[in-house]
Design a protein around this ligand. Structure first.
Ligand SMILES: [Zn+2]
Length: 242
């Protein structure tokens, strides 16, 4: 579905991946779960594009619920997959993560697990090859995405800033829909390695982009949120500890 012209979403508020679409092609931010492949193909058909139009996948981090169809695109269509070096081993499945679950409610957990299973979350295919990105890098891809390091959820978490559609993809650096508690609005994300580091990373976004930066803040889980950086950080801090 189209969020704004040039920015489309597949999946839902439980797990989502995004397409940045321009005349030069498509940049994907994250790759959902394996079963989102069909959603991707439907989306491409809807906008009259093909798999060959996809220039790259940028992974906000290496967790299994974000790399879904990335290896399939890489292997079958030669699409390069970018990830921060600190999460490359995670994306390749060489490093298992042992997440802390924290507080939870049964309804949201069951919805998360049921959706994950339905979308092939149990048959994740890890990457066999990745390309790396660095903090501060602007990639020569549709949307000219800028990479901003966002360590905390994982060591190699990144934010992806796309000025052409006024969007900031934050992966699991924060969430607007907690998959374990159902709580909505900007807040710390579950399964986070280091919450203090995650909070510090979000605070650094303000110095990078400015407090009056305003646009779409798009997490990997939860609804897209629109507002200023100051309001985002205010809401996030008010929600802590979730
Ligand atoms: Zn996630």
């Amino acid at each position: 579905m189209e969020l704004v012209p040039g920015l489309r979403r597949i999946g839902n508020d439980i797990i989502a991946a995004h397409l940045i679409v321009d005349d030069a092609g498509i940049t994907l931010v994250d790759a959902g779960l394996a079963g989102h492949w069909n959603d991707l193909q439907r989306e491409l058909t809807e906008i009259g594009r093909r798999t060959a139009d996809i220039k790259a996948v940028i992974l906000t981090h290496g967790d299994s619920d974000h790399i879904g169809f990335a290896e399939r695109l890489r292997r079958d269509a030669g699409v390069p997959v970018f990830v921060h070096p600190a999460d490359a081993a995670r994306a390749r499945g060489e490093e298992s993560t042992k997440p802390a679950w924290g507080g939870m409610k049964i309804g949201p957990i069951l919805r998360f697990l049921a959706y994950s299973i339905r979308k092939g979350g149990l048959r994740t295919e890890h990457l066999s090859d990745v390309r790396v990105v660095a903090d501060g890098e602007t990639l020569a891809l549709p949307g000219s995405p800028e990479i901003i390091a966002l360590p905390g959820h994982s060591p190699g978490s990144i934010a992806v800033h796309v000025p052409s559609v006024s969007a900031l993809f934050v992966g699991d650096g924060m969430t607007t829909g907690h998959v374990l508690t159902g709580q909505r609005g900007p807040q710390p994300a579950p399964f986070t390695d280091d919450q203090a580091a995650a909070a510090a990373s979000l605070a650094r976004l303000e110095s990078r982009l400015g407090g009056d930066w305003s646009g779409w803040v798009i997490p990997g889980h939860g609804a897209p949120w629109r507002g200023t950086m100051v309001d985002l950080l205010g809401a996030y801090r008010a929600a802590r500890p979730a």
